[in-house]
Design a protein around this ligand. Structure first.
Ligand SMILES: [Zn+2]
Length: 135
């Protein structure tokens, strides 16, 4: 019994980190975490550091500066909104996140392109997207 209670508690707390992230995002604030023990940055939000196992995780606002690690064009009919970009972005804090690059044609997004994070509205609520940075 004890072990099943323990795992339930762990599930509840990991949902807590996700919920906090979403609530902040809904207010227009993009936050990631940093481990106070090993000082590495963490994304996606969680309760336990994936690098060292510490639970001393602190929220902070990243600079939002990143570079495109990989990019894909997802084909979609024009009446469904047209093609869009899906990209993996490396933030300068050292975390990688799935997002999309806006402000340029989906096919013009290139690997290594410098980008800047921005909180945008979508059908599913606020989300973090990226725009190309002027060199
Ligand atoms: Zn750590």
């Amino acid at each position: 019994m004890l072990s099943s209670q323990t795992s339930l508690a762990a599930d509840a707390t990991s949902t807590g980190a996700d919920l906090y992230y979403r609530n902040q995002l809904d207010q227009g604030t993009f936050l990631i975490q940093r481990c106070a023990s090993c000082e590495r940055s963490i994304f996606y939000p969680r309760m336990i550091c994936p690098h060292c196992g510490s639970d001393q995780l602190k929220w902070f606002a990243p600079t939002g500066r990143g570079t495109v690690y990989s990019t894909t064009v997802v084909r979609r009919k024009p009446e469904q909104g047209g093609d869009y970009n899906v990209a993996l972005i490396d933030l300068e804090e050292g975390v990688r996140m799935m997002s999309r690059v806006e402000g340029v044609a989906p096919t013009d997004v290139t690997i290594g392109m410098p980008v800047q994070a921005q909180v945008a509205d979508s059908d599913e609520g606020k989300l973090v997207v990226f725009n190309p940075t002027k060199a």
